[in-house]
Design a protein around this ligand. Structure first.
Ligand SMILES: Nc1ncnc2c1ncn2[C@@H]1O[C@H](COP(=O)(O)OP(=O)(O)OP(=O)(O)O)[C@@H](O)[C@H]1O
Ligand SMILES: [Mg+2]
Length: 287
């Protein structure tokens, strides 16, 4: 598939630009500076991870990028559009058209089998049934679940369910995928498989992936690693060249107990009615 994406950071076009971003929560009469002046740019085709300890501001940052929360101050430009200037309805539309989510807890529809779950977001785009099933089937092949298309969530392992969630997040081919602790429920081997899978899928489609994790090892799968501490980016590690050199026979089948992830629109609490589709499919509580 598309390759030659080495040095994305230098040659790609910016898809996410964050400028002087602050998020201050008021709790009683104290202020929590969840984001305390953040600046960075992420380029098309990059896989970036945001790593930091609990409470460092990772989820706050991701929620802000996804337009789920308004910044106290600063700018967020995604695919050329200012998120902080959009109304709630505009944000819903924007998310639906540009963004996919993978969350820690997989909220698949229990009455639907794997292929129906993956096809669900396409329903809301008005895609016809035959086409939906075809596309969903292809995604399930991609995540190594060819034999599990008819399985309902209860008939699959946690890792398999999470792979269904990954497939569901990617079926609409979002330009940008946000993942918040996508492997939080999985063992370390399975988590690595999920990382490789996300790496591969995103690379093949030249999508941009931003993943939040507290796990340094998993963060290391990214092209660039943003370290966040007390609401500030304190270091950016660039492994772009190393990653590009590694691109090789990636597509080996993912073992049965593998991937994880779960797609949905917003983290539960903020899913608007209009989001119905993805909302229903995945109110993945981020934490
Ligand atoms: N709605 C809120 N109201 C008040 N304080 C908040 C709110 N959301 C987050 N915070 C605070 O902001 C800081 C950053 O929280 P955030 O959820 O972004 O951390 P995190 O890095 O995602 O942590 P974790 O790894 O535990 O998920 C924390 O101190 C948290 O207590
Ligand atoms: Mg968090």
């Amino acid at each position: 598939m598309p390759f030659g994406e080495e040095n994305m950071a230098k040659t790609g076009k910016p898809v996410i630009q964050v400028k002087d971003l602050y998020k201050i929560y008021r709790v009683g009469d104290t202020k929590v500076r969840a984001l305390n002046g953040v600046d960075f740019t992420i380029y098309k085709g990059e896989f970036c991870s945001i790593v930091g300890t609990s409470g460092s501001g990772k989820s706050t940052l991701l929620n802000m990028l996804a337009g789920l929360e308004k910044p106290t101050k600063g700018e967020i430009v995604i695919a050329g559009e200012h998120m902080e200037k959009k109304t709630e309805n505009q944000l819903v539309k924007f998310r639906r058209e540009h963004i996919g989510f993978i969350f820690q807890s997989f909220n698949l529809m229990s009455t639907m089998n794997a292929v129906e779950n993956v096809a669900l977001p396409l329903t809301f785009q008005g895609v016809r049934k035959a086409q939906r099933m075809k596309k969903a089937g292809e995604l399930l092949d991609l995540v190594g679940l060819k034999k599990y298309k008819k399985h309902k969530p209860m008939q699959m392992s946690g890792g398999q369910q999470q792979r269904v969630g990954v497939a569901r997040a990617l079926v609409v081919e979002p330009e940008i995928v946000f993942a918040d602790e996508p492997t939080g429920n999985l063992d370390s081997n399975t988590s690595e498989e999920v990382m490789r899978l996300m790496q591969k899928v995103v690379r093949e489609k030249n999508q941009t992936l931003v993943m939040v994790t507290h796990d340094n090892h998993l963060a290391g799968f990214a092209d660039r690693i943003f370290h966040i501490k007390d609401g500030k980016i304190v270091k950016i590690e660039d492994h772009t060249e190393k990653r590009a050199a590694e691109v090789g026979p990636a597509g080996d089948g993912v073992p049965a107990e593998t991937v994880g992830g779960n797609a949905g629109e917003a983290p539960g609490q903020q899913t608007e009615k209009e989001d119905g589709a993805q909302g229903a499919a995945g109110n993945g509580g981020a934490d």
